[in-house]
Design a protein around this ligand. Structure first.
Ligand SMILES: NC(=O)c1ccc[n+]([C@@H]2O[C@H](COP(=O)([O-])OP(=O)(O)OC[C@H]3O[C@@H](n4cnc5c(N)ncnc54)[C@H](O)[C@@H]3O)[C@@H](O)[C@H]2O)c1
Length: 383
């Protein structure tokens, strides 16, 4: 397959991760744009990329670029995606898709009108074991899901002195853990079970009502290594932790705990999906195995091995059994599917990668969760 030329916008944690995966796939990263000329030039030089742009507009003006990957802070996604679509470029956007549902709905409509391919990077769908869990649910192995529980706990904003742009609502949005990591969990469990969430009940915690903001920027996760920065004390308006109850369309009940202030938890996403025949338990930090629970026979641990998988999940597994696959591999699988969609000019029919419509749906969930926490009541998605 010959790939279109790509520009990557935003060159921090995600920008560099996208570039690595694009290169593994064989895509030409034609150019990059960071926050200013210095960042663009520096990263292009470090990674051996031929072109760098002085800003986003400069990247869009490059007629050779057919696809843009948006890896910028959340507040920029809407306007950058809108401009890119208006310029006729396909867009792969980091999550969350926008800051409001009005914005995300506008992007869905614009992408349809332009006939361009769009994706939101809910990459966790593409752990091979998660694909296999989905295939087993579809084959009827789980039975009817009753209870869907889990968590996503991190500690990178544990200290009052930890800082990142996500703490500023103008850049991160007016929800933090829910939009940043909660949407990954919701996307993953609804993708695996095929069930829609119909109602939510949420409450939030701000562990640090004030934090120490460094003078200058801190790249994501790099804050843990910074010492003795000069700071200002600023008040915090977004949640450090959240607990959410869910009702699903088949009547199943669910819950998730989300936190960026849980000491010792690095990137601890887990789910347990209990059905009428069996139950699945999976943890992102041990991504190559899934626990399968039974009442009437011994429990099992399925270790990732494409020879034991359904055809659909085998096709999305990169290495043989015993060869661990992890977080960076999920990007490769998202991009493989996205570039296949561009080549065929057909958006996926079976919900393989998350589209702008899926990204918009996560925004709808976020707004319902925000309303529930503010009004201290269950909120139905069709209110
Ligand atoms: N899918 C995932 O697993 C995952 C993981 C982490 C972050 N993300 C998402 O990726 C996005 C970026 O997060 P990050 O952790 O990489 O942040 P980061 O702070 O590490 O990087 C952000 C980058 O954007 C650049 N930037 C800022 N303003 C810009 C502008 N106007 N034009 C071009 N570049 C600009 C910054 O200089 C920096 O290089 C966020 O939306 C976040 O939610 C997704």
């Amino acid at each position: 397959m010959s790939f279109p030329r790509v520009a990557v916008i935003g060159l921090g944690f995600m920008g560099r991760t996208h570039i690595q995966a694009l290169r593994r796939l064989g895509v030409d990263v034609h150019g990059v744009a960071g926050i200013d000329e210095d960042e663009s030039r520096k990263v292009a030089g470090e990674l051996g990329i031929n072109n760098w742009y002085k800003d986003f507009a400069d990247a869009l003006a490059d007629a050779e670029v057919e696809v843009v990957h948006l890896c910028t802070p959340n507040n920029l996604h809407f306007e950058q995606a809108r401009q890119a679509l208006l310029s006729g470029k396909h867009v792969l956007c980091e999550k969350p898709l926008a800051m409001t549902t009005a914005q995300s709905a506008e992007l869905v409509a614009l992408a349809q009108e332009k006939g361009l391919m769009t994706a939101v990077n809910y990459n966790l769908r593409f752990y091979p074991i998660c694909q296999e869990a989905r295939a087993r649910v579809q084959a009827g192995d789980l039975g009817n899901p009753y209870l869907i529980t889990g968590g996503y706990l991190q500690d990178w904003l544990f200290l009052k002195s930890d800082w990142n742009w996500r703490l500023e609502p103008e850049q991160g949005g007016d929800m933090r853990v829910v939009a940043d990591i909660g949407t990954h969990w919701m996307d993953l469990v609804t993708y695996i079970t095929g069930l829609k969430i119909t109602a939510v009940m949420a409450d939030f915690l701000i562990a640090h009502p004030t934090r120490l903001r460094p003078r200058g920027e801190v790249e994501t996760f790099a804050g843990k290594l910074e010492k003795n920065l000069s700071t200002n004390e600023v008040s915090i308006k977004t949640e450090d932790a959240a607990v959410i109850l869910f009702r699903f369309e088949n009547g199943a009940l669910g819950s998730v705990s989300l936190s960026q202030v849980s000491a010792g938890r690095k990137n601890f996403l887990w789910f347990e999906i209990c059905g009428s025949k069996t139950a699945y338990h999976w943890e992102q930090e041990s991504p190559n195995e899934i626990w399968i629970g039974y009442r009437e026979q011994p429990n099992q641990v399925l270790v990732k091995d494409p020879s034991l998988f359904h055809d659909s999940s085998r096709a999305l597994t990169g290495f043989p059994g015993g060869h661990a696959e992890g977080y960076p591999d999920t990007f490769l699988q998202v991009f493989r599917q996205f570039y296949a969609a561009i080549a065929s000019r057909k958006m996926p029919q079976n919900g393989e990668f998350a589209t702008f419509t899926d990204g918009h749906h996560e925004m709808v969930l976020c707004e319902a969760i925000k309303r529930s926490a503010a009004e201290k009541r269950w909120v139905s998605l069709d209110e």
